[in-house]
Write a protein that binds this ligand. Sequence first.
Ligand code: ATP
Ligand code: MG
Length: 260
Amino acid sequence: MAGAPHIHIEDLNLHYRTKGNGSVTALQGVTIDIAPRSFVSIVGPSGCGKTTLLKVLSGVLRPSSGKVLLENTPIGETDLSGKVGYVFQRPLLLPWRTALDNVLLTTEIARKDMPLAQRKAEAREWLKLTGLAGFEDRLPHELSGGMQQRVSLSRALAFRPSILMMDEPFAALDEITRETMQEELLRLWSVTESTVIFITHSISEAVLLSERVIVMTARPGRVDEIIDIPFPRPRDEELRGRPEFTSLVQHIRHKLHPRV
Ligand SMILES: Nc1ncnc2c1ncn2[C@@H]1O[C@H](COP(=O)(O)OP(=O)(O)OP(=O)(O)O)[C@@H](O)[C@H]1O
Ligand SMILES: [Mg+2]
């Protein structure tokens, strides 16, 4: 797998067509650079265009105007299959396939040249890394919500995507499971070559995980501020208690709710 590409977004505008020839501007003049292997979070009010931005980056939506380049090549001319992994708010597992078979789903396509035995061994390894050793043969309904989300994460990581896009992946989890998953994600990210683009409504989650936090304005979504998060890695829960951490979280909170 090639390494993660440099992502360059310049003056991106995205209008959705609506009924009766109308249009909604979801993104306006968005300019962002994302370095290879970095961890970037996007925060902003509901409806500001975060999911839309991921859809543009994954080639699902075509920009209305502006540039979106992966390693200097326009996104529309790039073959993204086998390069981009997704984790959504809900795990979206196939209910009739076991945890292991759900993880094998992506590698069936993206790594079809690899022998099945090897793909299985690697899938088991990812399940182990996400704390699911012993649950390989369970069906999704036999797993808790947090465990299902771990399967979904394993599935996304199993084919070693160069870009991992996560759209509020931990939103449906209880706080403790969420904190565990955050730590696991950081650990897994440190052993992969992936760039992570992470959408969240939790400001502290964004600050804890990321190298940069992109704060967006309410609709139409524009970039309000790009904040570098300077804390050294490895990071852990202890960081949350530090005054520098709290003041960065406060700064972003003020941006999003100017009156608070
Ligand atoms: N298919 C569509 N057709 C028309 N408008 C759309 C479509 N999808 C999204 N929109 C509009 O574009 C804007 C941005 O939507 P988007 O889903 O990207 O927001 P978001 O930041 O991900 O919000 P949330 O935090 O609630 O998930 C919203 O105003 C939404 O109503
Ligand atoms: Mg969204």
